[in-house]
Design a binder for this molecule. Structure first.
Ligand SMILES: NC(=O)c1ccc[n+]([C@@H]2O[C@H](COP(=O)([O-])OP(=O)(O)OC[C@H]3O[C@@H](n4cnc5c(N)ncnc54)[C@H](OP(=O)(O)O)[C@@H]3O)[C@@H](O)[C@H]2O)c1
Length: 328
């Protein structure tokens, strides 16, 4: 019988790459999400029946326990950026994380991988960072041998980072940002997935691992390097956080007033607080190398999916070559 992994949030941006990697290794994969009907795209990752989305809400104890039954490994990829609503920071990052860890322990699961984030700290000014830290604490209390992965900002085809800024550059004459001098270490989604899989199959030591790409860079430099990829020239306007606070407040208010129908995906006040601190790998924690992963640079990957933001989209290369022909 092949081994079974349950991935809570296995249809999300990161979870789907972890699901695909486990499936390729021949594991059976249970993708535990609130909307399994919207997660059927994970089924072709394996042979028929190998990868199965199931209904689970990490705020519902019975469904979490049912999803963990019989699993050899559990990965928790559920996270949120929302302060309000039922699926808020505390419910997901703290209570949900604790519930998953407890369910895994009670079901006799051998390995638990928990996705947290760089910046998780009880002293964090942001609720995201605070609740991520409280969640880690709760996970360790319930499952002392858990492996906790803390990535920096993650990039990949479905990311909410490069895609957001590239979409802005498509329409706006300049890119207004806050925290332009804050350092990040962008990390490729499939490297995070490989780290999660290796943590299980190589029986990695329990504890915290911070995952960052090969280079730490200021946010404004990352965007400067992104612009040539989408063949656009834009002025990057690094605004003080206090000034960006006003639009962030407005977007948050709109989300509250519409009862969450309009989700603030641009910038929240909590994200502004996070932007005040560098988001890079610390010294005395586990790293990619301890999990047998050599991280890739974002410049090697982003042209594969940001081409759609070029002025001529997928025809940019053909247009360039036609221009050269005219010169001949
Ligand atoms: N993306 C980044 O740059 C980044 C950086 C650092 C750390 N992280 C962390 O990495 C983890 C994965 O992030 P991501 O970007 O992949 O998130 P994501 O794309 O938002 O995916 C979240 C997944 O969780 C599921 N989900 C949400 N609420 C749920 C609930 N109550 N019960 C069960 N499933 C639920 C979603 O599916 P349904 O909606 O169908 O339930 C989805 O499959 C998170 O912990 C995040 O904080 C991400």
């Amino acid at each position: 019988m092949s081994k079974l992994v349950t991935i809570y949030g296995g249809s999300g941006f990161v979870g789907r790459y972890i699901a695909r990697r486990f499936a390729r290794l021949g594991w059976r994969v249970r993708v535990a999400v609130r909307r399994p009907n919207e997660a059927i795209f994970v089924k072709p990752y394996g042979a028929p029946g190998q990868v199965e989305p199931i209904l689970c809400n990490i705020r519902n104890e019975a469904s979490v326990k049912r999803a963990a039954l019989g699993a050899d490994a559990v990965v928790n990829c559920v996270g949120t950026f929302r302060r309000g609503g039922k699926n808020n920071f505390r419910a997901v990052h703290v209570q949900g994380a604790e519930l998953v860890a407890r369910a895994a322990r009670e079901a006799g699961v051998a390995k638990l991988i928990h996705l947290s984030a760089i910046g998780a700290s009880e002293d964090s000014a942001s609720l995201y960072g605070k609740t991520k830290a409280a969640g880690e604490e709760a996970v360790r209390a319930a499952f002392p041998d858990a492996v906790i992965l803390r990535p920096s900002v993650i990039f990949g085809t479905e990311d909410a980072f490069f895609n957001k800024f590239a979409a802005m550059a498509q329409f706006a004459p300049l890119l207004p940002i806050a925290g332009g001098k804050t350092k990040f270490q962008p990390v490729w989604v499939d490297d995070v997935a490989l780290a999660a899989v290796n943590a299980v199959v190589t029986d990695a030591a329990p504890g915290i691992y911070e995952l960052g790409g090969p280079e730490a860079m200021e946010l404004q430099d990352i965007l400067r390097r992104m612009l040539p990829v989408i063949q656009r020239r834009r002025l990057i306007l690094n605004l003080p956080s206090a000034l960006m606070g006003l639009p962030a407040f407005g977007f948050d208010l709109l989300e509250t007033l519409t009862g969450g129908l309009l989700v603030n995906k641009l910038i929240t006040r909590d994200q502004l607080k996070m932007l005040q601190h560098d988001n890079v790998v610390a010294q005395h924690v586990g790293k990619f190398e301890d999990l047998g992963v050599t991280p890739s640079a974002f410049e090697a990957t982003i042209p594969d999916y940001l081409w759609r933001f070029r002025p001529s989209g997928q025809y940019a290369a053909i247009k360039d070559s036609a221009r050269n022909l005219k010169k001949v």
